[in-house]
Design a protein around this ligand. Structure first.
Ligand SMILES: C/C=C/C(=O)SCCNC(=O)CCNC(=O)[C@H](O)C(C)(C)COP(=O)(O)OP(=O)(O)OC[C@H]1O[C@@H](n2cnc3c(N)ncnc32)[C@H](O)[C@@H]1OP(=O)(O)O
Length: 262
């Protein structure tokens, strides 16, 4: 049975988890499908991505039945590492990091429960929109595990240290409104899927080179020294200024029409 649907329209990729009957719980097959979708999108002409879940929730976390089946398995082989431009990640970490690493913006549309691996996937997005009543949880400790999937890279960038520790140590579900006040959820909106599509449409209306440069710079700014960020800002801006894409943006503004990037 298919675990995920990937569609493209108007330079927007839409990735939908489709295991609604199991609350989109993430089994091995879904993990592979999420990584494959990330690779497909990376090779496409998409300018923005929307991640969502079919049915009553975004994702109820890792497949618990799969976890219990791990006794005696070669766990290291199961989470085998992959090497890429940002270093090395294991298969579980790729679930979130492939979106974080992607060179275009990713928006997660959240509803229902967003637990454990589901939250980690959402953390890989640039923007998280949640429906009222959404519950988010760093739930790994409830199952004798620590937060993984890159959460320890992404979570501390969003919330205060004490908030992060409260979420990790208690594994308790937090309402979206509280998560938004803490900085984990970008915005609580009545229809997160529609709002995510609207945002993606706005983003995809911009020049593809500018979109990629902006995402790359946002990522770089988190890890580099200020002097290096200034250099990178300058390098990326020089690559955009006066080039055909930017000239098209200016021409379209003056002509009061939408730019055509081909
Ligand atoms: C390293 C990563 C770690 C993590 O991700 S930690 C987080 C792990 N996840 C959880 O602990 C959540 C487990 N699920 C639940 O607590 C509940 O479910 C919900 C609150 C999400 C929903 O409850 P309700 O609305 O009553 O639905 P339902 O009847 O419990 O679930 C419908 C079907 O979905 C399956 N299911 C739900 N979550 C998971 C899961 N995480 N792994 C495997 N299956 C899951 C159920 O078993 C059931 O299936 P059937 O209809 O065949 O009985």
């Amino acid at each position: 049975m298919s675990r995920l649907r990937l569609s493209h329209h108007d330079h927007i990729a839409h990735v939908t988890l489709t295991r609604a009957e199991k609350k989109n719980a993430m089994d091995d097959e879904m993990i592979d499908a999420i990584i494959a979708a990330g690779e497909d999108v990376a090779a496409s002409s998409a300018r923005a991505v929307v991640l969502s879940g079919e049915g009553s929730c975004f994702c109820a976390g890792i497949d618990i039945a799969g976890l219990s089946g791990m006794v005696g398995q070669d766990i290291e082989a199961l989470v085998m590492p992959r090497t890429h431009g940002m270093g090395t990640t294991n298969r579980w970490q790729e679930v979130a990091m492939i979106w974080h690493r992607l060179d275009i913006p990713v928006i997660a549309a959240l509803h229902g429960v967003v637990f454990g691996a589901g939250l980690q996937l959402a953390l890989g997005a640039d923007i998280r929109l949640a429906a009222p009543g959404t519950q988010v949880a760093v739930m790994e400790m409830k199952w004798g595990l620590i937060p993984d999937m890159g959460g320890m890279v992404l979570l501390p960038r969003l919330v205060r240290d004490d908030v992060m520790k409260r979420m990790i140590y208690t594994a308790a579900p937090i309402p979206a409104e509280q998560a938004a006040a803490w900085g984990l959820v970008t915005e609580v909106v009545a229809d997160p899927l529609e709002a995510a599509q609207d945002l993606a449409t706005q983003i995809a209306g911009n020049g593809p080179n500018a979109i990629r440069a902006a995402k790359s710079l946002c990522a770089y700014a988190h890890t580099a020294a200020p002097a290096d960020v200034l250099k990178e800002e300058s390098r990326l801006q020089v690559a955009l200024l006066g080039k055909p894409e930017q000239m098209e943006v200016i021409a379209a503004q003056f002509a009061k029409r939408a730019p055509d990037f081909g």
